[in-house]
Design a binder for this molecule. Structure first.
Ligand SMILES: [Zn+2]
Length: 106
């Protein structure tokens, strides 16, 4: 997870609502795919020299380039959490095995 690249001179603040970044003309990066876009929800197409309109989703302090990206990100997080739960179960089983071995070995 990259750190916030938008802190700049306001880094001393706990966080700045994404909307402020946009209104202030900051560059933003999608929290999911990393696509960068410019202020006011537009991105510049370097090839055609036109603005690309983006369907930005602002969710607290993070921004997604579209609702699809937000859903995709949340799905990834859910998957990661599920794997962690699985790991905890396995770690618990392994520990139980060790305890059992020690007990019978004594
Ligand atoms: Zn995105």
């Amino acid at each position: 997870m990259p750190t916030c690249q938008l802190g700049g001179q306001n880094a001393s603040q706990p966080f700045i609502p994404a909307k402020t970044h946009i209104n202030g003309g900051w560059w933003l990066g999608c929290n999911h795919c990393g696509t960068r876009y410019e202020s006011y929800g537009r991105n510049r197409d370097e090839y055609t020299d036109t603005d690309i309109s983006l369907d930005l989703v602002i969710n607290g302090r993070v921004v997604y380039c579209s609702a699809d990206c937000m859903i995709g990100h949340e799905a990834e997080v859910a998957s990661r959490n599920a794997k962690f739960e699985e790991f905890k179960v396995r770690a618990g089983e392994a520990r139980a095995d060790v305890t059992f071995t020690e007990f019978t070995g004594g």
